[in-house]
Write a protein that binds this ligand. Structure first.
Ligand SMILES: *Cc1c(COP(=O)(O)O)cnc(C)c1O
Length: 243
């Protein structure tokens, strides 16, 4: 018998499965699954599927493109917490601070300056994660590990930005075990920076792990994971995939 599962049902099932896998990974290393924030990565995902996931309890979503995100925000509104996770052009900072509580892709001082200015104009504070280019890949944005502390020190002068953690997108390697060393390095960097004593710097989130490697990321200390395809299904093959 063919049982037709609606798109909405499938998203809900996938979300359940991802939650279970997060919990198992956390338990394997003696961590409390409830401390892990699940961010649904929703680039190219339509509002119907995003809404299904929100209905099933998803509380955070991350978008890569400012205009696409803004269009979805018009329909979804504040039913969910918005994160910006893609490369952010300086001229899009003004739009993004209007609806994204988190910017996970802070990778340069000029962007921090603009985010601070735009956030100040509307009287809010933006929670930022510094994006680290942990694999030293030329094609990826992010700050080299050796420059992260320096950037954080400079950003801490901005009253409308709070630095709340680190984000990384390690090299894509077919076997997630191969990614483990990068996650470990991120964890070490995160632990080291936790002791930094600067205004509005509070290293709470280590955002790493995507559909194919989030379990390894959690085992290595991630407390925020960004998951797209495992929840929403494969994306249409196009350019601009952000990896
Ligand atoms: C697309 C994307 C993800 C999620 O990728 P999946 O492999 O679909 O889980 C996570 N983080 C960033 C920055 C992304 O662009």
């Amino acid at each position: 018998m063919v049982h037709a599962t609606s798109i909405v049902e499938r998203v809900k099932e996938n979300l359940e499965k991802v939650r279970e896998r997060i919990a198992l990974a956390a338990e394997r290393v003696g961590r409390d699954p409830s401390e892990i924030v699940l961010v649904g990565a929703t680039k190219s995902v339509d509002v119907e599927r995003i809404s299904a996931a929100i209905e099933a309890g998803l509380e955070h979503i991350g978008e890569n493109y400012a205009q696409e995100a803004w269009a979805k925000y018009q329909q979804i509104g504040d039913a969910v917490t918005w994160h910006f996770i893609g490369h952010l052009q300086t001229n899009k900072a003004k739009l993004v601070v209007r609806f994204c509580r988190f910017v996970q892709s802070l990778d340069r001082l000029a962007l921090a300056e603009e985010l601070n200015k735009r956030a100040e104009q509307i009287g809010r504070i933006v929670d930022c994660l510094v994006e680290v280019n942990i694999g030293g890949e030329e094609t990826k944005s992010g700050v080299p590990p050796s420059e992260v502390e320096n950037l954080i020190r400079q950003v801490s002068q901005f009253p409308n930005i709070r630095v709340v953690g680190l984000m990384a997108m390690p090299p894509f390697l077919p076997n997630p075990e191969q990614v483990r060393p990068y996650f470990k390095q991120m964890r070490e960097l995160f632990e080291r920076l936790k002791n930094i004593d600067l205004p509005r710097v509070e290293m709470r989130y280590l955002s790493m792990g995507m559909s194919h490697d989030f379990e390894v990321a959690i085992e290595e200390g991630a407390n925020m994971v960004r998951i797209g395809t495992a929840i929403f299904g494969p994306r249409p093959i196009k350019g601009g995939e952000g990896r």
